[in-house]
Each structure stands twice: as structure tokens, then as C-alpha cells.
Design a protein around this ligand. Structure first.
Ligand code: NAD
Length: 362
């Protein structure tokens, strides 16, 4: 890395501040012991921001996010803000960051550490060692397409409608992300569509096929979304990288996350065209356990690993974090959400400290 990278840290609500504190310990260790050149500053988002400023995403936070090389986010939301008008709910802060930074590529790994294979509802042999990367288009498709709404027809009946729309350039840029990631992994992309029914995804398939011609190093396959859902629960280890539309990705990535059975373990990244990214655990603010010191910090720590890999081009340090997480699981340390017989239960801070200790041991 040639220049100092800047990270905007947004702890958010609920368990957010607790888990982010552990991720910062990891970053501090990488700075002091491994020469990582980053500086961090903290900002407000979500309910915490609403309480201070009346907005879940203050303009200042968005501006600082734009100026940063990456954003590390804990989680937002909680019962306290549920009765607020939808325009100022904490979750709006997240959506505003995604839109404001143009984060079109959502990367959701579904990894099941072999040590936790028993946590899945599927048979251990089906899921142990699972390592899928779902690349979901995040700023287009039916969630944003116009026209949309509910109208009253001439006969007085109401009709709801949404529009599935993708420009070729939008398909191409998300496809490119998927191919580039696959080239650094097992070299396989499965593009998920519904090209037998939806013209828009017929175009999706055409564009992906064309991209495939330009990436001879990557093996491209296509799958209809209904089959993909079935295959994910039948034989998930057949997948390396899956790339798909906003809505299909929303559904498939949650199903894939559940294959692992441990929501506290899964990181995510959302990237824009400049490689700038927002990194966060996939779970929410867990108000039921907030403030108890029992939340699992590993998803947030693994989000830092993704940040190093995808925004800072520091693959070796990212590997080091992931290896350290594997090592603490091997030591038998477990937060309550992943607790198993015969293992040692630890709290949030002890888990973070154990990862930091493992970072240094080769
Ligand atoms: P949640 O993910 O917060 O919690 C679901 C369950 O998983 C809870 O039992 C919780 O205790 C547990 N859990 C989650 N993360 C954990 C961790 N790190 N360690 C141990 N256990 C963990 O989902 P929810 O309860 O549906 O939502 C709570 C709030 O979070 C809501 O306000 C929701 O809108 C918000 N939310 C935010 C995000 C985000 O910030 N990205 C995502 C989802 C939900």
C-alpha cells in the first residue's frame, strides 16, 4: 500500500458498538505488528444518529463516507426506533449509504468453517467446508425499476405493479465483478436468472455469456433461479461464485447464509466502481443480546478481512485474519450463538482478544 487508507467506522446500534470494538482491536494489531497503513475515524448512523441529529444518515456521515476509502459498519436498528416514520428509521441510514456511495455489488460469502458443521440444519457432510460467494446486484432491478406503485383500474379493482429493468451496462459491471472474483478463487461462475420467463434476464444471460468469452480462465454456467434454490439446499458445495439480480440475490443469499447455521459468522461487502466499499456483518443489531457482552464479533472481524482483500488489495493480511479465526475455533472458543458441547464459552471481548492473539502466531 503506498498511501494511508482512511476507514470511516460506523458502529451503529444494539450490538454494533460491541462487535465493532473487537474489529478495531484487530485493525490496531495489524497496524502495530504488520505494517498496515490505515487511519480510522468514527461517525454516526442509524438510531444513534437519529437520537443525536434527527436523521438516520446525517449529511456529514455521508460526506465522510464518500471521502473514505472504506466504511466499516456494525449494525443499525432496534425496538426504540420502530415507531418512527419510515423515512427516518435507522435502516434508511443503510439504504442511504448504499445509494450515496453507488454500491452496486454486494458480496455475500457463505462459508461454513468445518469446526462448526454441526451448527447447520443440513447434514454435516453436505455443508462442511462450504465456501460460496454470492455476488448480488444491489442498486438496480425490480427494487428500483420504474414505473411502480398501486393503481385503481377502471373497474375499480386495485393493481400493484413493479418493473424489472436492467441496462446492459449494469449487467456487465456486476458480471465483471463476479468473473474477477472467481478468477481469484476456484474459477467458476454460475449466473442465476429466469431467462425462460423474463426477457430482462434473457438479456442478463446474453451479457454474461459474452463476458464469459472474455474470461476463458473462468468456467461459466447458467441456472434458473428455482433450480438454484433447490441446488443450494441439495448440494451447495457445487457452487463457487454465484452472480444474480438484486431480488434473486436477496433471497438466495439469505438461504445460503442459513446453510451455515451461524449468522454471527458471516461478513459482507458492498462495492462501487472505484473499489470503495462498505463492509458489515450480515446480521442485524440483535437488540435481544445488546449490552450483555455475548455477541459474536467474528462476522465483523471477517468483514475487516474482506475490506483488506477487496478495497486495499491486502490479500495476505486478509488471509491472516481468516486463519486466525479458524485458529480460535480450533482452540475450542465459542460465543453462546455457536456454543457446542465440550467447547469453552467466551464473551465478545474475549473472542476478539483471542483472534488478536492468534494473528501473530504462524
Ligand atoms: P438480527 O440479525 O439482529 O438478530 C437475529 C437473531 O440472531 C437474534 O436472536 C440475535 O440475538 C442473533 N444474532 C444476530 N447477530 C448476532 C451475533 N453477532 N452474535 C450472536 N447472536 C446474534 O435480526 P432481527 O432481530 O430481525 O433484527 C434486529 C434489528 O436489526 C432490527 O431493527 C432490524 O431492522 C435490524 N437489522 C439491521 C441489519 C443491518 O444493520 N445490516 C440487518 C438486519 C436487521
Amino acid at each position: 500500500m503506498t498511501e494511508m487508507k482512511k476507514i470511516l467506522v460506523l458502529p451503529g446500534d444494539g450490538i454494533g458498538p460491541e462487535i465493532v470494538a473487537e474489529a478495531l482491536k484487530v485493525l490496531d494489531c495489524l497496524k502495530s505488528d504488520f505494517g498496515l497503513e490505515v487511519e480510522t475515524e468514527q461517525g454516526l448512523v442509524g438510531g444513534a444518529a437519529y437520537d443525536e441529529t434527527g436523521q438516520p444518515l446525517p449529511e456529514e456521515t455521508l460526506e465522510r463516507a464518500r471521502a473514505a476509502d472504506a466504511v466499516l459498519l456494525g449494525a443499525v436498528g432496534g425496538h426504540k426506533w420502530e415507531s418512527l416514520d419510515i423515512a427516518v428509521r435507522p435502516e434508511k441510514g443503510l439504504l442511504g449509504l448504499r445509494a450515496g456511495l453507488n454500491l452496486f455489488a454486494n458480496l455475500r460469502p457463505a462459508i461454513l468453517y468445518p469446526q462448526l458443521a454441526e451448527a447447520s440444519t443440513l447434514k454435516p457432510e453436505v455443508v462442511a467446508g462450504l465456501d460460496i460467494m454470492i455476488v448480488r446486484e444491489l442498486t438496480g432491478g425490480i427494487y428500483f425499476g420504474q414505473p411502480r406503485g398501486v393503481r385503481t383500474l377502471e373497474d375499480g379493482e386495485r393493481e400493484g405493479f413493479n418493473t424489472l429493468v436492467y441496462r446492459e451496462s449494469e449487467i456487465r459491471r456486476i458480471g465483471k465483478v463476479a468473473f474477477e472474483i472467481a478468477a481469484k478463487r476456484d474459477g467458476r461462475v454460475c449466473s442465476v436468472d429466469k431467462a425462460n420467463v423474463l426477457e430482462c434476464t434473457e438479456l442478463w444471460r446474453e451479457v454474461m455469456t459474452d463476458l464469459g468469452r472474455h474470461h476463458p480462465d473462468v468456467e461459466l454456467s447458467h441456472m434458473y433461479v428455482d433450480n438454484a434454490a433447490m441446488q443450494l439446499v441439495r448440494a451447495p458445495k457445487q457452487f463457487d461464485v454465484m452472480v444474480t439480480t438484486n431480488m434473486f440475490g436477496d433471497i438466495l443469499s439469505d438461504a445460503a447464509a442459513m446453510l451455515t447455521g451461524s449468522i454471527g459468522m458471516l461478513p459482507s461487502a458492498s462495492l462501487n466502481e472505484n473499489g470503495q466499499g462498505m463492509y458489515e456483518p450480515i446480521h442485524g443489531s440483535a437488540p435481544d443480546i445488546a449490552g450483555q457482552g455475548v455477541a459474536n464479533p467474528l462476522a465483523t472481524i471477517l468483514s475487516v478481512a474482506m475490506m483488506l482483500r477487496y478495497s486495499f488489495d491486502q490479500g495476505a493480511l486478509a488471509d491472516r485474519i481468516e486463519t486466525a479465526v479458524g485458529a480460535v475455533l480450533d482452540q475450542g472458543l465459542r460465543t453462546p450463538d455457536i456454543m457446542q458441547d465440550g467447547k469453552r464459552q467466551v464473551g465478545t471481548a474475549e473472542m476478539g482478544d483471542a483472534v488478536v492473539a492468534a494473528l501473530g502466531s504462524d
